[in-house]
Each structure stands twice: as structure tokens, then as C-alpha cells.
Write a protein that binds this ligand. Structure first.
Ligand SMILES: NC(=O)c1ccc[n+]([C@@H]2O[C@H](COP(=O)([O-])OP(=O)(O)OC[C@H]3O[C@@H](n4cnc5c(N)ncnc54)[C@H](OP(=O)(O)O)[C@@H]3O)[C@@H](O)[C@H]2O)c1
Length: 314
């Protein structure tokens, strides 16, 4: 949601109502005069008063309701915090502008969202992407502070290189998404905690010091760019979304749908190993039904090709 946050919106609504009430009172007093209101009011005075009340209650109340309900509201059952957002007009920070970051920047900006994008080399290296998409290149720290949703989409082994205090002071309602995959043999090297069985996104969560939602990790960037279809279209690809905060997950499921995919609730982050590399749902472009089945058939054992190679001495 661009613009006014929820509390300010409520205050604005209240201010409009009070302003209209004062205006109505002033009109009434102006026409009737103090004397006549206090003693005996002429018929036209009553008319003006009725108009004033009508104006305040109907027009003021209507305006107030309009401003008050101008965003959709999600409800986080876990924290009982109300999260307000306009799903069609969100601010999205993207950290990483490679295959997935570039794709999401293009897709979300085309949908009308306001996107702030960062990479490791600095905003000056992102001007052509920004000019093409109408997005804003920023530093990594700015990207973390620029969104209602912040997507971290960098190689797993680079996550520890992000500033340790990246999300310090970022409100808890900001949803952080992890698109990452652990590629020990091809890219990331050994990450002991993941090798020992910690779900990849739990490890990312620990590095960031923030709860994350795992999404967009099981689809290739090209399919994400071009494979979206309208809701209900045959063969629409399903994408699993895992996370512990139901309200945060609902926001990401909504964004997945806007991108042209069927979001599938894949459970809590503790279950997110079901969508990691090597599982039946990984890079297989299944529909929603297929995704549910694949998630249920996944095994927590890491296959050898998704484990770090053991280096033997001698
Ligand atoms: N490629 C796919 O199809 C795909 C699909 C699903 C999930 N994923 C996963 O999503 C993640 C990103 O993949 P990718 O393929 O998009 O990676 P990529 O093409 O290699 O791009 C990596 C991006 O991360 C940025 N980056 C690296 N370290 C950074 C740091 N410390 N601070 C800020 N930005 C940093 C890089 O910026 P610089 O260029 O400036 O260094 C680059 O823009 C990976 O975990 C990957 O496994 C990839």
C-alpha cells in the first residue's frame, strides 16, 4: 500500500468527521444566530439544522467509511495484530537483482506495485533495469526499509554477507520472503546446519534475524517471467508458500496469484524442506493439485546430489 498507513488513515477519517461537524454547526449558528437558537428557532433555522445534521452524518460518515475501509485488512491469528494492505498497490523491496530478483522486479512493477531493488554492487549498476521498469534502485539497507514486503533473493552462501542489522527497526508487520535454495556442490559450498537437517529457510531466518516466508524457490526464473496464467486456466502452475505467520503467508499467496500462479499453502517453515531442491515439487511446474500431492510425498532425507561433497584426506 503506497501512501497513508492505517493509523494515519483512521485519524484522517476522524478529522474529516470532526471538521464536517464543526462546519455544520457553524452553518447552523450562522443562519439562526445565537439568540434565536437559544430562545426560539424559526422554521428555516430548523431546516438549516436538519441539513447540517444530514450533511454531517450522511456525507461525513460516508467519507469516513470510504477512507477507513480504503484498504483490505488481513488478520494475523498468531499475533492478533491487524495488518492492513492494499494487495493491488504494495511497496516491495527486492534484495538481489539476478535471475529471480530481475524477474520479480519486472513482474511486480508491471502489475502496478512500487518496487525498490538492490544488488551487492550498488544502485548505480541497476539504472537500466530501473529505467526499463519504472522501479527505484536503492542500497540493500534501503530495500529492507522500503517495502511492505521485502524479498531476499541472493545465493544462499551470500546471505551471511548481508548487514547483520539489516532488519533492525523494520516493523514486524513487514513480510520478508526467502526465495533461496542450497546448492552445496554447484555454488554454495558446505553449510553445516543445513547439512545437519535444518530446513534451508530456517537457516536463512536465523541469518537475517527475522521470520521468513519461503516462496518462488521451486520455479525457474524464465517460467516465473513467462509462465503465469489467469486464475482457472488449465495447467496453471502451482507454487508452494511456506511460513509460520498466517497473515504474512496470505499476502504472499495473494501476490503469487497476481503473478499468474496458484499459491499453495505448504504449511509452516518447519515443513519447508518439502519444497527444497531435489523434492518432487522442485522445478517440476505442477498444477496446484500436483503440488499438494508432491508436498505430501516429499522425503526429509537430502539426496546425495544435494549434499556437500565429503572431502577425504590423503
Ligand atoms: N535462477 C533461478 O531460476 C532460481 C529459481 C528459484 C530460486 N532461485 C534461488 O534464488 C536465489 C537467487 O538466485 P538467482 O538465480 O536470482 O541468483 P543470481 O542470478 O546469481 O543473482 C544473485 C543476485 O544477488 C545479488 N547479491 C549477492 N550478494 C548480495 C549481497 N550481499 N547484497 C545484495 N545483493 C547481493 C547479486 O548482486 P551483484 O550482481 O551486484 O553481486 C545478484 O543480483 C538463490 O538462492 C537461488 O538458488 C533461483
Amino acid at each position: 500500500m503506497r501512501g497513508i498507513p492505517g493509523r494515519s488513515r483512521r485519524l484522517a477519517a476522524l478529522a474529516i468527521f470532526v471538521l464536517l461537524a464543526v462546519l455544520a454547526g457553524a452553518v447552523w449558528i450562522g443562519y439562526t444566530g445565537w439568540e434565536s437558537t437559544a430562545v426560539i428557532m424559526p422554521a428555516w433555522g430548523w431546516l438549516m439544522m436538519s441539513l447540517g445534521i444530514f450533511f454531517t452524518v450522511v456525507v461525513g460518515g460516508g467519507l469516513m467509511a470510504l477512507v477507513f475501509f480504503s484498504s483490505r485488512t488481513g488478520f494475523d491469528e498468531a499475533t492478533e495484530l491487524q495488518i492492513e494492505y492494499d494487495p493491488k498497490d504494495m511497496t516491495i523491496g527486492i534484495i538481489g537483482a539476478g535471475h529471480i530478483g530481475d524477474t520479480l522486479t519486472r513482474r511486480f512493477s508491471a502489475l502496478g506495485h512500487t518496487v525498490f531493488v538492490a544488488n551487492s554492487r550498488g544502485p548505480e549498476t541497476l539504472t537500466s533495469l530501473a529505467n526499463e521498469t519504472g522501479t527505484t534502485p536503492v542500497s540493500v539497507r534501503e530495500a529492507a526499509r522500503s517495502g511492505e514486503v521485502v524479498i531476499v533473493t541472493i545465493p544462499e552462501n551470500k546471505v551471511p554477507s548481508l548487514p547483520r542489522d539489516l532488519f533492525a527497526g523494520v516493523p514486524a508487520r513487514v513480510v520478508v520472503v526467502d526465495t533461496g535454495n542450497y546448492y552445496p556442490q554447484q555454488r554454495d559450498g558446505r553449510i553445516a546446519a543445513i547439512e545437519d537437517g535444518l530446513p534451508e529457510s530456517r537457516w536463512v531466518e536465523q541469518q537475517l534475524g527475522r521470520p521468513v516466508i519461503k516462496a518462488f524457490n521451486n520455479i525457474y526464473a524464465q517460467r516465473l517471467l513467462e509462465g503465469g496464467k489467469p486464475a482457472g486456466a488449465p495447467g496453471r502452475i502451482g507454487l508452494p508458500v511456506a511460513g509460520d505467520d498466517k497473515a504474512a503467508k496470505a499476502i504472499i499467496l495473494e501476490l503469487v496469484d497476481q503473478l499468474g500462479f496458484d499459491g499453495v499453502d505448504a504449511g509452516g517453515l518447519g515443513e519447508s524442506w518439502r519444497q527444497q531442491p531435489g523434492t518432487p515439487v522442485y522445478a517440476t511446474d505442477l498444477d496446484a493439485k500436483g503440488v499438494r500431492r508432491a508436498l505430501s510425498e516429499a522425503s526429509p532425507e537430502r539426496k546425495s546430489e544435494w549434499r556437500a561433497k565429503v572431502i577425504r584426506a590423503g
